[in-house]
Design a protein around this ligand. Structure first.
Ligand code: HEM
Length: 209
């Protein structure tokens, strides 16, 4: 019970991030009876999409949603003074895992070399490459080992979101809402804006107490 009380934040993120896997598993038929085979269940898509389109949709949407959520952690701290490193790391892992699932679906459906046939795929691919070191260092041990370099590594998240947005814009999919949320967060990071909001928050706190 003590463990759950202390760690409920990242446990909740892990559960929320895992739930859409149930949707994915409903759309594929995994068979171990004769080695290993994986087939798409036709007609399992919704909203007029084929099963494959639905798989791209679910995995791509969750990848970009978690990525946007990670980028709201710092603005959330600036505005409300609330920060939880483990929750942030769990969100980062969810981002990377959903991006990898998205790419694995693509490789299985189209083949790896197809990645280099369109600019939007190449943008997504570079984002995935940048995500790999972030995925492996989203833990306390790596933080201790990398010291100040850990923070530098975390700044990879900025080219990653720009490349991911470029990928989605070029695909003509829903991107504006993510760009607005990320853009507002970037504005809050500008040093004088950040200083203003932190001071305002601290002032309010002292008035209350
Ligand atoms: C090598 C990397 C990637 C490849 C090859 C790839 C490929 C694709 C493909 C084939 C689609 C479906 C396009 C269509 O329906 O016309 C798609 C959609 C999408 N991708 Fe990617 N992607 C990659 C990386 C990423 C990354 C890193 C993100 C974000 C974190 C992302 C987010 C999305 C989103 C949000 C959609 C739209 C889903 C929808 O609403 O249908 N993708 N991607």
């Amino acid at each position: 019970m003590q463990f759950i009380k202390k760690n409920y934040g990242w446990i909740l993120v892990s559960l929320l991030a895992s739930l859409p896997l149930l949707v994915i598993f409903k759309m594929v038929d995994i068979n171990f009876s004769n080695g290993f085979s994986l087939n798409l269940i036709e007609g399992a898509g919704a909203e007029g999409k084929t099963t494959l389109e639905m798989l791209y949709h679910v995995s791509g949407e969750f990848a970009i949603r978690w990525m946007t959520a990670v980028l709201t952690c710092t603005p959330f701290f600036i505005l409300f003074g609330v920060h939880n490193l483990y929750v942030r790391q769990a969100m980062g892992i969810a981002t990377a895992v959903w991006s990898f699932i998205h790419f694995i679906i693509f490789i299985l459906a189209e083949g790896f070399l197809e990645t280099f046939t369109q600019v939007n795929y190449i943008a997504g691919f570079i984002a995935i490459i940048f995500l790999i070191p972030l995925f492996f260092t989203s833990n306390k041990g790596s933080m201790r080992f990398l010291k100040s370099n850990w923070k530098k590594l975390q700044s990879f998240v900025y080219p990653i979101i720009l490349l991911s947005l470029l990928h989605i814009v070029l695909l003509d999919k829903t991107w504006l809402i993510y760009a607005i949320v990320v853009g507002l967060g970037m504005m809050l990071r500008i040093p004088f804006v950040k200083k203003y909001f932190i001071q305002r928050r601290k002032k309010r706190k002292t008035i209350k107490s």
